[in-house]
Design a protein around this ligand. Structure first.
Ligand code: NAD
Length: 461
């Protein structure tokens, strides 16, 4: 997977370079924006249950700290390589700047398949990894969090080990902890919730008359969506407004994990019509005539838990809401005639092979990198609005920041307070990018990178 990591890194660096050149930055500044400030690469021993010792390879990469301490998750994955960790650290710098957080970007990783480890082995791995990074992280230096295959339990082992090594309490050094250890309420749902906040903010802009600058180059199907939105929102500003119950704004969500499930659930609660969801085994829909019916998302989740897969829910004897439904493939889900498409599972799923078949007018990139560069350009030219991952899925790191603030203050907010702060911060982040995109008539991704680089450069001496 070295090549995939290399490709990812080259693409992140090329995006920064292209944006920096457009902003007229000097060569030396571009180098500083591309190169990581610190790369820690190490090997370390972990004792297995059978008494054998495995030597594992790990990384912590600190990309840029102009805006504050490095921030970014730690992933455990067999195919993790240095280039991938560096690419992800680079994108965290951009994401934190886009989200308006006082953080730089970092990322960590261990090349290991954690699914093949017992719980005791996983705990020893987590503690040994922390022994390697403890002296160059800290609440005002570098603040790790969960990522692929790591979770609140692993953060609990890590913070415990860190505090033992340091000999003092420092809860704010890791985020994504269990609530009992200083984690924030609302963190589990935060990424999905943040995506819905951004979607609502986008639709709210689309129905404003002043949005015609950006709408002028939009295709007729988006104009139709604008009419639909205007008809269905009780008020165009719709602060905390629900859509009217008879709304027809349809959404398909790929991925039914942490991000996809909460996006689908919160979007349904807000009145959107979620008509398709999928997991790795396939997608489900409920056709009625030439239309697709709304799925009852919590019921679908109940069924997935019972059957193991979403496909298993199809015609499940009337116990689940998908009775009368149909399974389709993940590829077919992406090409459904819906208003809004939400890839929330894997990278590169919308690419040169299927971009011409995409019918959605808005794509919300909830996964990291689900739309390839080529497809992004093609679809943007066609008038499809694509909300980039660095903005769309920044709700998770935003609530991580709120967790850090609470830990440092020793004062804890209710879930409603956390959600309302998340809403304010996500809307502000969206508005800055929307304004830049409208003013310069550029796609949201380009605007996001420009907003981020301007902030970072202004903080660099
Ligand atoms: P998860 O492991 O909880 O869920 C992943 C989902 O994708 C599962 O439903 C799985 O069945 C599905 N899936 C796997 N392979 C698939 C395939 N081939 N086709 C369709 N679906 C498939 O992961 P998550 O935390 O929901 O993360 C999803 C994406 O969002 C990743 O790209 C992740 O990097 C990104 N992300 C997550 C967070 C977060 O807070 N969890 C934050 C930012 C970005």
């Amino acid at each position: 997977m070295e090549n995939q990591g290399k490709k990812m890194l080259e693409s992140a660096q090329a995006l920064i370079k292209k944006t920096a050149e457009k902003l007229g930055l000097k060569e030396e500044m571009i180098r500083r924006l591309i190169e990581p400030e610190m790369v820690y690469e190490f090997s370390f021993p972990v004792k297995m249950d059978n008494g054998q010792v495995r030597i594992l390879k790990g990384w912590r990469i600190q990309h840029n700290s102009a805006l504050g301490p490095y921030k970014g998750g730690i992933r455990f994955h067999p195919e993790t390589v240095r280039e991938e960790v560096q690419a992800l650290a680079t994108l965290m710098t951009i994401k934190c700047a886009v989200a308006g957080l006082p953080y730089g970007g970092g990322k960590g990783g261990v090349a290991i398949d954690p699914k093949k480890l017992s719980s005791a082995e996983l705990e020893r791995l987590s503690r040994e990894y922390v022994k390697k990074i403890a002296h160059f992280i800290g609440e005002d230096v570098d603040v790790p969090a969960p990522d692929v295959n790591t979770n609140p339990q692993i953060m609990a082992w890590m913070i415990d080990e860190y505090q033992k090594i340091k000999g003092y309490q420092s809860k704010a050094t890791f985020t994504g902890k269990p609530v009992s250890m200083g984690g924030s309420l609302g963190r589990t749902e935060a990424t999905g919730r943040g995506g819905v906040i951004v979607l609502k903010a986008l639709l709210s802009e689309l129905v404003k008359d002043g949005s015609t600058k950006i709408l002028s180059r939009l295709n007729s199907s988006l104009t139709l969506l604008k009419q639909k939105v205007s008809k269905n929102f009780v008020s165009p500003s719709f602060n905390n407004q629900k859509l009217k119950s008879n709304n027809e704004i349809t959404i398909a969500v790929q991925g039914f994990g942490n991000v996809g499930y909460y996006f689908a659930k919160i979007a349904s609660e807000a009145g959107f019509k979620v008509v398709a969801v999928s997991d790795s085994k396939g997608a489900i829909i409920k056709p009625k005539g030439d239309k697709l019916e709304a799925l009852d998302i919590p019921l679908v989740m109940e069924c997935k838990k019972e059957k193991g897969t979403l496909a298993g829910c199809y015609c499940a004897g009337g116990v689940c809401d998908t009775k009368g439904g149909k399974t389709i493939t993940n590829e077919e889900l992406l090409e459904l005639p819906v208003d809004i498409l939400v890839p929330a599972a894997l990278e590169n799923v919308i690419n040169d092979k299927n971009m011409k078949n995409i019918k959605a007018k808005i794509i919300i990139e909830m996964a990291n990198g689900p739309v390839t560069e080529e497809a992004y350009e093609y679809l943007s030219k066609k008038g499809v609005i694509i909300v980039p991952d660095v903005l769309a899925n920044s709700g998770g790191v935003t609530v991580s920041y709120l967790e850090w603030v609470q830990n440092k203050a020793g004062y804890y907010w209710s879930e409603e307070e956390v959600n309302s702060k998340l809403e304010v911060m996500m809307k502000k982040a969206f508005e800055a990018i929307w304004e830049k995109a409208s003013k310069k008539k550029i796609p949201l991704k380009q605007a996001a990178f420009e907003v981020a680089l301007e902030k970072i450069v202004s903080a660099m001496v």
